[in-house]
Write a protein that binds this ligand. Structure first.
Ligand code: SF4
Ligand code: SF4
Length: 314
Protein backbone atom coordinates (compact mmCIF):
# COMPACT_ATOMS: atom_id res chain seq x y z
CA UNK A 1 0.00 0.00 0.00
CA UNK A 2 1.17 3.52 -0.83
CA UNK A 3 2.63 5.55 2.05
CA UNK A 4 0.32 8.22 3.50
CA UNK A 5 0.50 11.78 2.25
CA UNK A 6 0.37 14.59 4.80
CA UNK A 7 -1.85 17.39 3.61
CA UNK A 8 -2.06 20.78 5.33
CA UNK A 9 -5.03 22.73 4.09
CA UNK A 10 -5.95 26.23 5.28
CA UNK A 11 -9.63 26.93 4.62
CA UNK A 12 -11.17 30.40 4.33
CA UNK A 13 -13.24 29.99 7.52
CA UNK A 14 -12.69 33.22 9.49
CA UNK A 15 -15.00 33.59 12.46
CA UNK A 16 -13.22 33.62 15.82
CA UNK A 17 -14.51 34.17 19.34
CA UNK A 18 -11.23 35.82 20.50
CA UNK A 19 -9.23 38.93 19.54
CA UNK A 20 -5.59 38.08 20.19
CA UNK A 21 -3.15 40.98 19.92
CA UNK A 22 -0.76 38.88 17.86
CA UNK A 23 -3.32 37.02 15.79
CA UNK A 24 -1.62 35.00 13.09
CA UNK A 25 -4.39 35.73 10.58
CA UNK A 26 -3.70 39.16 9.09
CA UNK A 27 -4.20 41.19 5.92
CA UNK A 28 -5.91 39.30 3.12
CA UNK A 29 -6.00 36.29 5.42
CA UNK A 30 -7.50 38.10 8.44
CA UNK A 31 -9.84 36.47 10.95
CA UNK A 32 -13.16 38.12 11.79
CA UNK A 33 -15.30 38.53 14.90
CA UNK A 34 -18.38 39.03 12.66
CA UNK A 35 -18.52 36.77 9.65
CA UNK A 36 -17.68 33.13 9.11
CA UNK A 37 -16.81 33.18 5.39
CA UNK A 38 -15.82 36.44 3.69
CA UNK A 39 -16.93 35.31 0.24
CA UNK A 40 -19.52 32.63 -0.55
CA UNK A 41 -17.02 31.01 -2.88
CA UNK A 42 -14.64 30.40 0.06
CA UNK A 43 -17.29 28.04 1.43
CA UNK A 44 -17.67 26.32 -1.93
CA UNK A 45 -13.91 25.91 -2.25
CA UNK A 46 -13.78 24.46 1.26
CA UNK A 47 -16.46 21.92 0.43
CA UNK A 48 -14.75 20.89 -2.80
CA UNK A 49 -11.27 20.66 -1.30
CA UNK A 50 -12.41 18.57 1.67
CA UNK A 51 -14.30 16.24 -0.66
CA UNK A 52 -11.17 15.93 -2.79
CA UNK A 53 -8.99 15.17 0.26
CA UNK A 54 -11.44 12.56 1.55
CA UNK A 55 -11.58 10.70 -1.77
CA UNK A 56 -7.87 10.25 -2.46
CA UNK A 57 -6.97 6.73 -3.57
CA UNK A 58 -4.16 6.66 -0.97
CA UNK A 59 -4.07 7.24 2.79
CA UNK A 60 -3.90 10.83 3.97
CA UNK A 61 -3.05 12.59 7.22
CA UNK A 62 -4.75 15.94 7.34
CA UNK A 63 -4.13 19.20 9.15
CA UNK A 64 -7.26 21.24 8.54
CA UNK A 65 -6.39 24.83 9.36
CA UNK A 66 -8.59 27.91 9.23
CA UNK A 67 -8.14 31.68 9.49
CA UNK A 68 -10.37 31.77 12.59
CA UNK A 69 -11.65 29.34 15.20
CA UNK A 70 -12.90 26.10 13.61
CA UNK A 71 -15.29 25.28 16.46
CA UNK A 72 -17.09 28.60 15.84
CA UNK A 73 -18.30 27.36 12.45
CA UNK A 74 -21.05 24.79 12.09
CA UNK A 75 -20.52 24.50 8.34
CA UNK A 76 -16.81 23.96 8.76
CA UNK A 77 -17.37 21.29 11.41
CA UNK A 78 -19.90 19.37 9.33
CA UNK A 79 -17.37 18.77 6.56
CA UNK A 80 -14.54 18.12 9.02
CA UNK A 81 -16.74 15.48 10.67
CA UNK A 82 -17.39 13.90 7.26
CA UNK A 83 -13.63 13.78 6.67
CA UNK A 84 -13.02 11.85 9.90
CA UNK A 85 -15.37 9.13 8.62
CA UNK A 86 -13.52 8.50 5.37
CA UNK A 87 -11.57 5.24 5.38
CA UNK A 88 -8.42 6.67 3.77
CA UNK A 89 -8.15 9.49 6.30
CA UNK A 90 -5.86 8.52 9.17
CA UNK A 91 -6.50 11.63 11.24
CA UNK A 92 -7.83 15.16 11.00
CA UNK A 93 -5.92 17.74 13.02
CA UNK A 94 -7.70 20.98 13.94
CA UNK A 95 -6.04 24.07 15.42
CA UNK A 96 -8.25 25.66 18.04
CA UNK A 97 -8.36 27.87 21.12
CA UNK A 98 -10.38 25.11 22.89
CA UNK A 99 -13.07 27.29 24.43
CA UNK A 100 -15.98 25.91 22.41
CA UNK A 101 -15.00 22.24 22.73
CA UNK A 102 -17.34 21.36 25.65
CA UNK A 103 -20.29 22.74 23.69
CA UNK A 104 -19.44 21.48 20.21
CA UNK A 105 -17.89 18.03 20.67
CA UNK A 106 -21.06 16.43 22.09
CA UNK A 107 -22.96 17.70 19.03
CA UNK A 108 -20.31 16.37 16.65
CA UNK A 109 -20.20 12.93 18.21
CA UNK A 110 -22.99 11.44 16.09
CA UNK A 111 -21.47 12.60 12.79
CA UNK A 112 -17.73 12.31 13.37
CA UNK A 113 -15.20 9.66 14.28
CA UNK A 114 -13.83 11.66 17.19
CA UNK A 115 -11.12 9.06 17.80
CA UNK A 116 -9.52 10.35 14.58
CA UNK A 117 -9.64 13.94 15.74
CA UNK A 118 -6.33 15.52 16.69
CA UNK A 119 -6.55 18.85 18.50
CA UNK A 120 -3.68 21.34 18.57
CA UNK A 121 -4.98 23.67 21.28
CA UNK A 122 -3.20 26.98 21.77
CA UNK A 123 -3.68 28.86 25.01
CA UNK A 124 -3.89 32.60 24.40
CA UNK A 125 -2.81 34.25 27.64
CA UNK A 126 -4.93 37.30 28.46
CA UNK A 127 -7.81 36.10 26.28
CA UNK A 128 -8.78 32.85 27.98
CA UNK A 129 -8.82 31.77 31.59
CA UNK A 130 -6.23 28.99 31.97
CA UNK A 131 -8.40 26.77 34.16
CA UNK A 132 -11.26 26.89 31.67
CA UNK A 133 -8.88 26.15 28.80
CA UNK A 134 -7.32 23.12 30.51
CA UNK A 135 -10.74 21.75 31.45
CA UNK A 136 -11.87 21.99 27.83
CA UNK A 137 -8.69 20.25 26.59
CA UNK A 138 -9.02 17.46 29.17
CA UNK A 139 -12.68 17.02 28.26
CA UNK A 140 -11.74 16.34 24.62
CA UNK A 141 -9.03 13.87 25.58
CA UNK A 142 -10.85 11.99 28.32
CA UNK A 143 -14.42 11.93 27.07
CA UNK A 144 -13.79 11.44 23.35
CA UNK A 145 -10.27 10.03 23.05
CA UNK A 146 -9.05 12.90 20.87
CA UNK A 147 -5.28 13.31 20.48
CA UNK A 148 -4.74 16.56 22.36
CA UNK A 149 -1.72 18.85 22.55
CA UNK A 150 -1.75 21.94 24.75
CA UNK A 151 0.32 24.50 22.89
CA UNK A 152 1.78 27.80 24.07
CA UNK A 153 3.81 30.50 22.38
CA UNK A 154 6.81 32.09 24.06
CA UNK A 155 7.01 35.87 23.67
CA UNK A 156 9.18 38.51 25.40
CA UNK A 157 7.23 38.77 28.64
CA UNK A 158 5.10 35.65 29.09
CA UNK A 159 7.54 32.98 30.37
CA UNK A 160 5.74 32.85 33.74
CA UNK A 161 2.37 32.34 32.06
CA UNK A 162 3.81 29.58 29.86
CA UNK A 163 5.19 27.87 32.99
CA UNK A 164 1.71 28.00 34.58
CA UNK A 165 0.20 26.45 31.45
CA UNK A 166 2.83 23.71 31.44
CA UNK A 167 2.17 22.86 35.09
CA UNK A 168 -1.58 22.84 34.57
CA UNK A 169 -1.30 20.65 31.45
CA UNK A 170 0.99 18.15 33.16
CA UNK A 171 -1.28 18.02 36.22
CA UNK A 172 -4.24 17.26 33.93
CA UNK A 173 -2.34 14.52 32.06
CA UNK A 174 -2.17 16.52 28.80
CA UNK A 175 0.66 16.74 26.27
CA UNK A 176 2.36 20.12 26.42
CA UNK A 177 4.26 22.03 23.74
CA UNK A 178 5.90 25.43 23.75
CA UNK A 179 7.03 27.08 20.53
CA UNK A 180 8.73 30.36 19.81
CA UNK A 181 6.03 32.99 19.18
CA UNK A 182 6.19 34.75 15.81
CA UNK A 183 5.30 38.33 14.98
CA UNK A 184 2.98 37.79 12.02
CA UNK A 185 3.55 41.33 10.72
CA UNK A 186 7.34 40.91 10.38
CA UNK A 187 8.89 40.22 7.00
CA UNK A 188 9.46 36.52 6.44
CA UNK A 189 12.68 37.03 4.54
CA UNK A 190 14.71 39.00 7.07
CA UNK A 191 18.15 37.70 7.94
CA UNK A 192 17.71 38.68 11.59
CA UNK A 193 15.29 36.16 13.15
CA UNK A 194 14.67 38.39 16.20
CA UNK A 195 12.57 40.65 13.96
CA UNK A 196 10.11 37.81 13.40
CA UNK A 197 10.59 36.07 16.77
CA UNK A 198 10.43 38.81 19.41
CA UNK A 199 11.62 36.66 22.33
CA UNK A 200 15.03 36.33 20.62
CA UNK A 201 15.76 39.91 21.67
CA UNK A 202 16.63 38.26 24.97
CA UNK A 203 19.99 36.46 24.81
CA UNK A 204 18.80 33.43 26.80
CA UNK A 205 15.56 32.83 24.87
CA UNK A 206 16.41 29.26 23.87
CA UNK A 207 17.48 28.40 27.43
CA UNK A 208 14.13 29.75 28.63
CA UNK A 209 12.30 27.69 26.01
CA UNK A 210 14.16 24.54 27.03
CA UNK A 211 13.54 25.19 30.75
CA UNK A 212 9.83 25.48 29.99
CA UNK A 213 9.82 22.05 28.35
CA UNK A 214 10.36 23.15 24.74
CA UNK A 215 12.51 21.25 22.26
CA UNK A 216 15.64 23.34 21.92
CA UNK A 217 17.11 21.43 18.96
CA UNK A 218 13.85 21.75 17.03
CA UNK A 219 13.67 25.47 17.82
CA UNK A 220 17.23 25.88 16.50
CA UNK A 221 16.22 24.07 13.31
CA UNK A 222 13.21 26.37 13.05
CA UNK A 223 15.41 29.46 13.27
CA UNK A 224 17.76 28.14 10.58
CA UNK A 225 14.75 27.50 8.33
CA UNK A 226 13.34 30.94 9.06
CA UNK A 227 16.46 32.81 7.98
CA UNK A 228 18.22 30.58 5.50
CA UNK A 229 16.09 27.78 4.10
CA UNK A 230 17.15 28.42 0.51
CA UNK A 231 19.03 25.37 -0.77
CA UNK A 232 18.26 23.33 2.34
CA UNK A 233 16.96 19.81 1.83
CA UNK A 234 13.39 19.14 2.88
CA UNK A 235 10.65 16.60 2.19
CA UNK A 236 7.86 19.03 1.31
CA UNK A 237 6.47 18.00 -2.08
CA UNK A 238 7.43 14.36 -1.59
CA UNK A 239 4.88 13.04 0.89
CA UNK A 240 3.52 16.34 2.12
CA UNK A 241 1.78 19.28 0.44
CA UNK A 242 -0.05 22.50 1.28
CA UNK A 243 -3.39 23.73 -0.07
CA UNK A 244 -4.34 27.42 0.27
CA UNK A 245 -7.79 29.00 0.72
CA UNK A 246 -8.25 29.18 -3.06
CA UNK A 247 -7.63 25.45 -3.55
CA UNK A 248 -4.15 25.91 -5.00
CA UNK A 249 -1.71 23.17 -4.01
CA UNK A 250 1.92 23.99 -3.24
CA UNK A 251 4.98 22.21 -2.07
CA UNK A 252 4.57 23.96 1.32
CA UNK A 253 2.89 26.94 2.99
CA UNK A 254 5.92 29.16 2.45
CA UNK A 255 5.87 28.46 -1.29
CA UNK A 256 2.26 29.65 -1.19
CA UNK A 257 3.02 32.89 0.66
CA UNK A 258 6.05 33.61 -1.53
CA UNK A 259 4.07 32.92 -4.70
CA UNK A 260 6.35 30.15 -5.88
CA UNK A 261 4.82 28.09 -8.71
CA UNK A 262 1.90 25.93 -7.46
CA UNK A 263 1.58 22.20 -8.03
CA UNK A 264 -1.85 22.88 -9.54
CA UNK A 265 -5.43 23.47 -8.46
CA UNK A 266 -7.36 20.94 -6.45
CA UNK A 267 -10.49 22.37 -8.09
CA UNK A 268 -9.48 21.19 -11.57
CA UNK A 269 -11.33 18.02 -12.57
CA UNK A 270 -9.17 14.91 -12.15
CA UNK A 271 -6.35 16.78 -10.37
CA UNK A 272 -3.93 14.83 -8.22
CA UNK A 273 -0.76 15.98 -6.48
CA UNK A 274 2.33 15.65 -8.69
CA UNK A 275 4.47 14.50 -5.79
CA UNK A 276 8.21 14.09 -6.18
CA UNK A 277 9.56 10.53 -5.93
CA UNK A 278 12.78 11.60 -4.20
CA UNK A 279 12.33 12.21 -0.46
CA UNK A 280 14.61 15.25 -0.23
CA UNK A 281 14.96 18.24 -2.52
CA UNK A 282 16.50 21.70 -2.10
CA UNK A 283 14.31 24.65 -1.19
CA UNK A 284 13.91 27.56 -3.60
CA UNK A 285 12.20 29.98 -1.18
CA UNK A 286 13.94 33.22 -0.22
CA UNK A 287 13.71 32.43 3.50
CA UNK A 288 10.85 32.49 5.95
CA UNK A 289 10.36 28.72 6.26
CA UNK A 290 8.03 27.98 9.17
CA UNK A 291 7.85 24.25 8.49
CA UNK A 292 10.68 22.97 10.63
CA UNK A 293 9.06 19.53 10.73
CA UNK A 294 9.90 18.97 7.05
CA UNK A 295 13.57 20.00 7.11
CA UNK A 296 16.10 17.22 6.73
CA UNK A 297 18.09 18.61 9.67
CA UNK A 298 15.01 18.17 11.88
CA UNK A 299 14.14 14.66 10.70
CA UNK A 300 15.76 12.85 13.65
CA UNK A 301 14.03 15.17 16.12
CA UNK A 302 10.44 14.02 15.76
CA UNK A 303 8.55 10.77 15.20
CA UNK A 304 6.35 10.55 12.12
CA UNK A 305 3.82 8.23 13.68
CA UNK A 306 1.83 10.62 15.88
CA UNK A 307 -1.44 12.09 14.58
CA UNK A 308 -0.21 15.66 14.51
CA UNK A 309 2.02 17.72 12.26
CA UNK A 310 3.56 19.54 15.19
CA UNK A 311 3.90 17.10 18.10
CA UNK A 312 7.46 15.95 18.76
CA UNK A 313 6.94 13.62 21.72
CA UNK A 314 9.93 15.37 23.27
S1 SF4 B 1 -7.69 32.42 18.58
FE1 SF4 B 1 -6.39 32.33 16.73
S2 SF4 B 1 -7.64 33.17 15.06
FE2 SF4 B 1 -8.61 33.75 16.98
S3 SF4 B 1 -7.83 35.82 17.42
FE3 SF4 B 1 -6.53 34.33 18.51
S4 SF4 B 1 -4.80 33.87 17.11
FE4 SF4 B 1 -6.46 34.86 15.90
S1 SF4 C 1 10.10 26.79 2.67
FE1 SF4 C 1 9.06 24.93 2.02
S2 SF4 C 1 10.42 23.99 0.52
FE2 SF4 C 1 11.60 25.50 1.68
S3 SF4 C 1 12.57 24.32 3.35
FE3 SF4 C 1 10.63 25.16 4.12
S4 SF4 C 1 9.13 23.53 3.80
FE4 SF4 C 1 10.90 23.08 2.50
Amino acid sequence: MRAPVRIWYVAGQRLCNLSCARCVSIGEWAMSNRYDWKNPEDRDVYEQVVTWIGTRPYPVKVRLGTLGEPFASTFFLEKAAWLTRQSGVEYVELLSNAILLPRRLPKLEADANLGKLSLWLTWHDGQVDLERFIKAAAFAQERYGCFVVVNTLLFETNADAVACARDAAVAAGLRFNVDLGYDPTASTTLQDPSAAVPVLQSSDALDTLAALGGNRALAEAALIGLTSCRGMLCRAGHDTAFIDIHGQAYRCSNYSSQEQPPLGSVLDPGFDLPLRPEPWAPCAARGGCGNKEDLQIAAPLRPSTVPSLGWTDA
